[in-house]
Design a binder for this molecule. Sequence first.
Ligand code: EPS
Length: 373
Amino acid sequence: MAGNTFGTSLAVTTFGESHGPAIGCIIAGCPPGIPLAEGDFDADLQRRATGRTRHTSQRHEEDRVEILSGVFEGLTTGTPISLLIRNTDARSKDYTKIAQCFRPGHADFTYWRKYGIRDPRGGGRSSARETTVRVAAGVIAKRFLQRQFGTVVRACLRQVGPIRAQLTDWQAVESTPLFWPEPETQAQLESYLDGLRKAGDSIGALVEVEASPVPVGLGEPVYGKLDSELAAALMSINAVKAVEIGDGMAVVEQRGSEHRDEIGTQGFSSNHSGGVLGGISSGQPVVARMALKPTSSILVPGNTLNVAGEAVEVVTKGRHDPCVGIRAIPIAEAMMALVLADQVLRHRAQNADVADPGPKLSGEAQLRAPSVD
Ligand code: EPS
């Protein structure tokens, strides 16, 4: 399915539009024997859902997953897993006024010029609605990694517009639907978002995602490097305009003596690399950040053209996200988990017989017994 599949040994194909009858995905290559039930998707889908706070879209979707294949008596069977989520709260009349013009900064224009036809209802395929099924697929990848290595994949907001947060307490992140790690600036963030909503505008955001522990050896240099595949996976999320691994863009101002992560008997002394060396996981936490643009569906009037090429002014009314970064937290986790799980299976295929020469560093992920959940 051209352009709608990613992953090699664990491959995910998604389908569906925001205002169509349903969205869904097919996950091929999932190992057998993983416990899986329809309710297992609920927690992460709720974390991503619209309508949890006044700062996100007020569309209220049920987001109930139906497992159509690949699971028997509560266990994955190794055959393709198909997941279906029916759309239950689409309000297509919101799009009648803008169906014939292009929102500046939106995929409206490029979809129209590329395909010569588009489904304007809710942005069709270009809607963030599609990310729901990525999160569902990510639940399975997270579970696989958790069972294999005890890996936890987690993400948080690090910046919204001018407001930055230090990441000192992961527990604070899940205490509100804003995934903000700094309780002291939470009120400032909320009042900033309230002001933005009143102005009918939107704002960008920075999201950080990490996986830990991650075993040494994941990644296939040179064109299947762990970091290049992570960057591609995160960049494929709607509205993402930049991705960093480890220190990312900050390396420009670093010296080699500062950037390198020195190695001692207790392991690495720092993690500037973001857990990836030469495109292969080093055994340290894998850390990435992504920047999301301010969404283009805003109430501030903008100049554009209609499909006839006439100059018009556009205002986008409806139930939109003023900061799409908020709901991107579980999406970033899902994409990182899917990339890592895929690389685990690829590593096994090529290197299952390699005798690890060591040295093993403290804190390295160890393969767990299969029964651990
Ligand atoms: C979206 C616009 C809104 C959001 C939607 C993403 O949809 P609509 O205008 O159809 O109400 O609610 O997000 C979701 C439905 C979701 O589940 O994430 C957009 O333009 O991307």
